[in-house]
Design a protein around this ligand. Structure first.
Ligand code: PLP
Length: 418
C-alpha cells in the first residue's frame, strides 16, 4: 500500500469518528496534497522549526503585504506575544502596568486574557448589531487618558470600518492590535485585514479557513518588535536576530549558542505544521471563493423556499469589506427568542452543528468573575443581543452539491417546526 492510500484510509476512519453531523462546524480542510507536504517533512527527519517555517513566513508576508511575520504554535500564542512584546523592557515605547486596552465585548477568550496576563487593564467596548464588530460610537466614548492600545477582533471574516478606526487610533496615539484569527484573507478597501495594526495575529487551527493543525502567525511592522517577538517565541534566546552579532560581541563571555537576552516562552511551531499550513495558504483565494459560493447558495435556497418566514437575519458583509467567511453567521428572529434552545437543539440533532458568535458577550462568561472588572455585562446591549440571538454554522472548504444544499435547507426548516 502506498503512502497516499494509507493516508486516505486513516482520514476516512477519523472522519467517521469525529462527527455525526452532515454539516459540522469543524470540518477537515486538509487535502491529500497538504498532508503529503507534511509527510515530506517527516521523511526528512528535520521536524522542528526550520527552513519550511521560514519559507511560510516569507510567503505569508509577501502575499498579505505585511512587513514581518513569525509563525507560532497557535493564534492564542500570537495574541500573548503581541501583548508581551508591548510590555517588554527592550521596547522603547512600552506599555506600563494598568494601562488600558480597549477590546470588543464579542471576543475570544485568548483575545482577552493576554491583556490581563500582561498586567494591563481591559476596557470592554460594545459591538455593532449589523456586523458584530466593534461599535465605533462606543469606542470613541471609552477612550480615556489611560487608553494605550486597542485590540480589534475581526468577527468571522468581516470587519468594522477600518478607515475610521485608523483615524481614531492615530488621533489618540493608540497602538492597534488586529486579532484576525478568524478572518485570514479578508480585505478592507483592497488591503488585507491584519495589515492595518502595529501587530496582527492569525490562527491556523483545525476548521479555520486554512489550517496547519494547530498554528498561528504574528505580524509586526518594525525590526525592533520582530527581534523581541523572535526571542520571546523561543525561550528568550538570541537566535537569528537582526542585532545578533552585536549581542554576541557585547556578551562575549557567554557561549554564543546559548545566549539568552530576554524573558521567554516556547511558542515555536514545527516544520510539519508549517508545510501543511503553507500548502493550504497557497490556495487561500480559491478557499475563500468556495466558502463565499457555499454561503450564497445556502442563503439563496433558504430565502426562496416557501417555508421561509424570516426565521433568521443573515449577517451581511460590511461596507468596503471583501469578507473571508468563517461560517454562515446569523441572528435568530426576535420573535423566536423563547424557542431558541429548542430550535438549536433540533438543528444539531438533525445534522447542522451550530454555536454562539465567538464566545458571546464575554462579560457574561464565568471566567471573568474572579477578576473583579468594574464593567457590567448589562451595559453592552448589542453584545447581549448577539449573545442571545446569534449563531453560526459551518460552510466547508468544498463546493456543496445541490443535494447537500437541499438537505441543509430541509434540516433548517424542520428545526423550526416546534
Ligand atoms: C478571534 C480569535 N482569537 C484567537 C483565537 C485563538 O486561536 P487558536 O485556536 O489558534 O489558539 C481564536 C480561535 O479560533 C479566535 O477566534
Amino acid at each position: 500500500m502506498n503512502l497516499v492510500s494509507i493516508l486516505n484510509k486513516s482520514i476516512k476512519k477519523k472522519e467517521k469518528k469525529r462527527t455525526r453531523h452532515a454539516f459540522p462546524l469543524k470540518d477537515s480542510t486538509f487535502r491529500n496534497k497538504d498532508l503529503i507536504e507534511g509527510i515530506k517533512v517527516i521523511l526528512t527527519k528535520d521536524l522542528t522549526m526550520f527552513k519550511i517555517t521560514k519559507k511560510f513566513e516569507k510567503i505569508f508576508s509577501k502575499k498579505l503585504k505585511t512587513q514581518y511575520s513569525l509563525m507560532v504554535n497557535s493564534g492564542s500564542s500570537a495574541n500573548l506575544l503581541a501583548f508581551q512584546c508591548l510590555i517588554n523592557p527592550y521596547r522603547k515605547k512600552r506599555l506600563q502596568k494598568d494601562d488600558e486596552v480597549l477590546i470588543p465585548a464579542i471576543c475570544w477568550s485568548t483575545s482577552l486574557w493576554p491583556i490581563i496576563q500582561s498586567g494591563l487593564k481591559p476596557v470592554f467596548v460594545d459591538v455593532d448589531k449589523e456586523n458584530f464588530n466593534i461599535n465605533l460610537k462606543d469606542l470613541k466614548k471609552k477612550i480615556s487618558k489611560k487608553t494605550k492600545a486597542l485590540i480589534l477582533v475581526h468577527v468571522l471574516g468581516n470587519s468594522a470600518n477600518m478607515e475610521t478606526i485608523m483615524k481614531i487610533v492615530k488621533k489618540n496615539k493608540i497602538i492597534l492590535i488586529e486579532d484576525a484569527c478568524e478572518s485570514i484573507g479578508a480585505k478592507y478597501k483592497n488591503k488585507f485585514l491584519g495589515t492595518y495594526g502595529d501587530f496582527s495575529t492569525f490562527s491556523f487551527y483545525f476548521s479555520h479557513q486554512i489550517s496547519s493543525v494547530e498554528g498561528g502567525m504574528i505580524c509586526c511592522k518594525n525590526k525592533e518588535d520582530e527581534n523581541i517577538l523572535k526571542s520571546l517565541r523561543s525561550h528568550g534566546w538570541a537566535k537569528d536576530l537582526s542585532n545578533q552579532k552585536k549581542l554576541e560581541k557585547k556578551f562575549k563571555s557567554i557561549n554564543k549558542k546559548f545566549l539568552f537576552v530576554n524573558s521567554g516562552f516556547n511558542f515555536r511551531p514545527t516544520d510539519i505544521q508549517a508545510a501543511i499550513g503553507l500548502s493550504q495558504f497557497k490556495s487561500l483565494e480559491s478557499i475563500i471563493k468556495i466558502r463565499k459560493i457555499n454561503r450564497e447558495k445556502i442563503i439563496k435556497k433558504l430565502i426562496s423556499d416557501k417555508r421561509w418566514n424570516n426565521q433568521v437575519i443573515f449577517v451581511k458583509r460590511s461596507y468596503n469589506v471583501k469578507p473571508s467567511w468563517f461560517g454562515l453567521t446569523m441572528l435568530l428572529n426576535k420573535k423566536l427568542k423563547k424557542y431558541k434552545e429548542k430550535i438549536l437543539e433540533r438543528m444539531d440533532k438533525f445534522g447542522i452543528e451550530n454555536r454562539p458568535i465567538i464566545s458571546g458577550n464575554f462579560l457574561r462568561q464565568p471566567a471573568l468573575r474572579k477578576y473583579r472588572l468594574k464593567q457590567k455585562s448589562r451595559d453592552f446591549p448589542n453584545a447581549n443581543l448577539i449573545h442571545e440571538l446569534g449563531l453560526f454554522v459551518g460552510i466547508k472548504n468544498k463546493i456543496l452539491t445541490q443535494s447537500e444544499i437541499n438537505k441543509f435547507s430541509n434540516i433548517f426548516f424542520k428545526s423550526f417546526r416546534i
